[in-house]
Design a protein around this ligand. Structure first.
Ligand SMILES: Cc1cc2nc3c(=O)[nH]c(=O)nc-3n(C[C@H](O)[C@H](O)[C@H](O)COP(=O)(O)OP(=O)(O)OC[C@H]3O[C@@H](n4cnc5c(N)ncnc54)[C@H](O)[C@@H]3O)c2cc1C
Length: 493
């Protein structure tokens, strides 16, 4: 092991999303001097929503898995010390976490692997042997997730190439029917992938995490963001907001610090970039990275953006639901062609509930406004957003009936996400961790620059769970496995 790994020196973290702040808290707990730099006026990245008419509209946190007592995300939050600061509520009180509604059929995703298996067997009686194979793989991955094996095992055997073949291809080879493919196609959308694109490993990890237990915030999204920030600062961490990192300084193949947009220089012995790898490349001096690495990053395909509508509705007419509704449409081949996510919950204001709706959205639909910034995109953009939103509202009325007391709180597009998170083309989940891109994404964390590390949703996996695990993994790389197992793992495993 390299000696330098034991002493990361002053650490500078670029980006204050859940990825940057998680890495910051762990390192601050290890008594490192850590500064997080955030280009937005407020820290928190996609965790932080925004207020419309006094109502908190979420951006990057609608629901999370594995926050039950003893479950992996909860154990990581306990280690970070944020659990008591973030009020959450368990979903699925009526036995359903997600309701999938197709034109002709409804499928309920319940809590628990056993209940999921029962629902699959009941809905697809002709596909028992495929379901048996699938459930065995799911249980195996779920055990690995529950034990956080991926973080603690020195060899990280789960990351072997066979776990990165396409789950869609695997299911097709097993003779999976079109309808079952559609049902199984929903979970990968939670990390921005289709079933065909999704590697086996990510598929089972994602679904296992939500089946363990699913939760949503019982507080505003800013409270979640503030919880991470206050915890980090209480450990002595420093947060610089309102100006981004313009350049990363490198000397003799080692990081030296960063230059902020104002020209201010912040020296650092280690830098953790919890932002998109394309942003990292653009911040480095030409020639600092190997040309093959730069080429790989430039070629990487990203996940698509999201179009979202937040509505205020009458709480008496539209009671909060403890599950999400996905309205789904399949193509002729049975694969999912379109889906809209709905979440109806309390707004925190008396008599008003909030209905959040989201769907995947291609940047091409918004390309003509790409040169504009939030709030100044012009009336034609507002009209295009509203027209699309009206279609959604019409479709939502088929699910919820006439939307009583309906008011549009806000509509956002991939351009909003682009400007909010500095994510290329408004990509919601960063780089596409598809089976086809496995080789290109696998070694991204190994740059040739000493002291430079990646964290955030682009380092291991997206979503709150994937990003959090990724940050533990990054710290493991920064301080070395031995120190990590001694000083971090011992505390929460
Ligand atoms: C619409 C939407 C809905 C989602 N819903 C869910 C959900 O329900 N459940 C779930 O688990 N996940 C969800 N996700 C995914 C989840 O939000 C993300 O995977 C996670 O928040 C990513 O965290 P991060 O720290 O990697 O990045 P971010 O939160 O994007 O943080 C990166 C930060 O870096 C800053 N930055 C960028 N460039 C610079 C620079 N040069 N200098 C300084 N700062 C910089 C950005 O401003 C940003 O604040 C959703 C995502 C989206 C977009």
């Amino acid at each position: 092991m390299m000696r330098g790994k034991q002493t990361p020196g002053d650490v500078l973290i670029i980006g204050s999303g859940v990825g940057g702040l998680t890495a910051g808290i762990i390192l601050a707990k290890l008594h490192c001097r850590v500064t997080v730099v955030e280009r937005n006026p407020l820290p928190g990245g996609l965790m932080r929503g925004y207020l419309r008419s006094g109502i908190d509209c979420p951006v990057g946190v609608h629901y999370m898995g594995s926050l039950g007592e003893g479950q992996p995300l909860r154990r990581m939050w306990n280690y970070l010390g944020v659990t008591p600061l973030i009020p959450i509520e368990r979903m699925g009180a009526e036995g359903v976490i997600d309701r999938y509604i197709f034109d002709d059929v409804t499928f309920d995703l319940p809590e628990g692997i056993g209940a999921f298996e029962d629902n699959l067997r009941r809905s697809f009686p002709l596909e028992h042997s495929l379901i048996t194979t699938m459930m065995s793989d799911l249980r195996q991955t779920s055990r690995a997730l529950a034990s956080l094996d991926i973080l603690i095992s020195p060899a990280m055997t789960l990351l072997s190439p066979e776990n990165f073949e396409s789950i869609g291809e695997q299911l097709l080879r097993m003779g999976c029917s079109g309808r079952l493919l559609s049902v199984l196609g929903v979970p990968p959308t939670l990390i921005g992938l289709s079933l065909r694109e999704c590697p086996v490993f990510y598929y089972y990890m994602t679904i296992a995490s939500y089946l363990m237990s699913s939760w949503r915030l019982a507080c505003s999204s800013s409270r979640m963001a503030d919880a991470f920030v206050s915890r980090f600062m209480s450990l002595g961490g420093d947060v610089v907001t309102g100006e981004g990192v313009a350049r990363i300084l490198v000397q003799s193949g080692r990081v030296k610090g960063v230059v902020l947009q104002s020209g201010r220089v912040l020296p650092a012995g280690s830098i953790i970039a919890a932002v998109h790898p394309g942003t990292v490349v653009a911040m480095l001096p030409g020639g600092a990275l190997r040309p093959a690495y730069v080429e790989r990053v430039a070629e990487l395909e990203n996940t698509k953006g999201i179009f979202a509508v937040n509505l205020a509705v009458d709480a008496d007419a539209h009671e909060a639901l403890s599950y999400n509704i996905y309205r789904l449409y399949s193509g002729e081949d049975g694969a999912l062609s379109r889906g809209i996510f709905h979440q109806l919950r309390s707004s925190g204001q008396p008599g008003i509930n909030i209905l959040s709706m989201m769907t995947t959205s291609d940047i091409e639909d918004w390309r003509q406004w790409e040169g504009t910034t939030s709030g100044k995109r012009g009336s034609d953009y507002l009209e295009a957003k509203e027209k699309k939103a009206r279609r959604f509202i019409g479709e939502a009325s088929e699910l919820f009936g006439d939307l009583k007391g309906m008011r549009i709180l806000d509509i956002y597009t991939p351009l909003t996400i682009r400007d909010r998170a500095n994510s290329p083309d408004g990509s919601a989940y960063g780089i596409l961790r598809s089976a086809g891109q496995f080789m290109k994404t696998a070694s991204l964390n190994r740059t040739s620059i000493e002291g430079l590390f990646l964290a955030g949703q682009n380092s291991m996996a997206p979503g709150i769970m994937g990003t959090t695990m990724g940050s533990f993994q990054t710290v493991r790389n920064v301080i070395g496995y031995e120190r990590f197992s001694r000083e971090v793992m011992g505390d929460f495993l």
